[in-house]
Design a protein. Sequence first.
Length: 376
Amino acid sequence: MAVSQEALYRELGDVDLSLSWSEAQLPERDRTRHVHRLHPYLGKFVPQLVEALLTRYVAPGGRVLDPFAGSGTTLVQSLESGHDAVGADIAAFNCLLMRVKTRPYNLDALRRDLLWAHERASAFEPCGRVPAGAPAYVRTWFAPAAAEELLHFRSLVEQVGSADVLRVVLARAARSARLTTHFDLEFPRSPQREPYWCHKHKRTCSPVGSARRFLLRYTLDTLDRVEAFAAARTDGRVAEVVHGDARALDFPATCDAVITSPPYPGLIDYHGQHRYAYELLGLDERRDRELGSPSHGTGRAAIAAYVDGVAAVLRNARAALRPGSPVCIVVNDRRELYQDVLRRAGLRLEDRLERHVNRRTGRRAGQYFESILIAA
């Protein structure tokens, strides 16, 4: 029998327990507070870890750079903790999500836009046929009524000033409304069109036939989350989001720290996990430039390319730092690649902290640990 999470934490020796949290200490509602849960994202970079690193390593008011910014955890937490931030990512959807999370809003205008879209989506009546000209992906992955509702909501986007916010609502609803099983929302292999035994709910479930309830629920939830973050963020602090390959971007040379968690080689397809968003929103896809993508494999050549790529990103980020600024890298280095990565990036390892990663369960058969590399 696996040891309980509480017993495990009592037994851990060389792990920094101030950077490790059990489920009881850090429940999901705290890990996903306000805009941190504006849209599901596979990365596990929790805001509490970023908050601790900011407190330890960044002077008050310093500007933070994250060249692998993902869904924007570093940027959001920097704004909440009183720092300006710069974040870059190769994935267009990630950048859209970051902009929506970190942009300062006229909350009255945002509320008008989202309530108007909510009213229009609520009043829309599908006829049960996929609209002519609908993309092949939409025809394949959504029931007819769901496809109509999603495409109708998409038609509302350009009619409001808060267009990007509605785009994120649409993507979140599309993720939930696909013809897939409830337990396979991350990377479904094929459409599920018949009732099935649901391992998540322990009963027979049916595929989703309508997107309406998701569109309505997520429109209001998004408004609540953005308003909550507006109250939590520090006045006057801003985040810059850059869409591009961080190996070649021209970052402002006025940053005071890097806090980042690079992708792991061969683990997550960061374009693929949001394919519905790329299809519905027509986003620019740069999958071939994504470091660590499973499509590149994990052979010797792929790992060498990964090391070269991450080192190039960190070398470029280092050039944006003031002298002596820290570079904090959160990574599970089970392949022992980062000694070479740091050397190639021109960085010197000054400290290495170990943390246990909360897997959202009180009992587990195997453990997962991360290293926090502090370099300069």
